[in-house]
Design a protein around this ligand. Sequence first.
Ligand code: NAP
Length: 232
Amino acid sequence: MTITLITGANKGLGFETARRLIQEGHSVYLGSRDPKKGRVAAESLGARFVQLDVTSDESVDAAARDIKRRDGHLDVLINNAGIAGHSGILPRDVTAEDVQHVFETNVFGVVRVTHAMLPLLLEAEDPVIVNVASGLGSHAIVNDKSRVESRFVTIAYSSSKSALTMLTIQYAKAFPEIRVNVVDPGYTATDLNSNRGTQNITEGTEAIVSLATIGGDGPTGTFKDRHGVVPW
Ligand code: NAP
């Protein structure tokens, strides 16, 4: 059975990804920083709850030890947990601290979890990592006037997701034995955007589920959405 860990899976895209992968036969560790929310979510899906705050070494290391003890390896890691950062701040008022806050989850959180889970992934036959970025992290898209993403100024969020696309390339190069890809879910109605997203949750999880189930001969180092390749 495919053993899968999804961070930030107590709601939104992570939760729906957990539901769909369980349907596909995966045994899913549903990561949640809040134990109460995580247990309720896991129980509702038949997933296994694991407490996981991506900003905490202690929490992430404990989650890795838990998975090692129960399964000895990890087939699929989905780095999904993410935050938008404070809304309503004028660009001129954005501080280093504001950006650091967002990077702490969206960038350093991914490195922390990936680093902790690597030994478990390397024990798997065909390990896979899916990083959940955004079209707002694509240099090409935010400079394309025909794209809605070009109309937003999101200093912390966009730069964090852009860093995540580069992390994906670097991890893909460093670990050719792991399929490491990054996705743009597309603008999807979740709490992240106060449910203003125009896609539903099924559309929003298409690319994540697709890349989580690619297997050993699938691509690595790619950036995709549900329609295909995303320009960097
Ligand atoms: P969401 O509904 O707000 O869910 C975000 C999840 O991340 C929640 O489970 C949240 O937990 C968790 N999280 C936040 N900080 C965490 C931390 N330090 N440790 C562990 N978990 C943490 O948002 P979503 O739309 O599903 O977002 C999922 C991913 O998709 C994010 O990376 C986001 O940037 C990306 N994305 C979303 C869209 C979109 O339109 N929705 C578009 C592009 C990319 P709590 O419940 O405890 O807060």
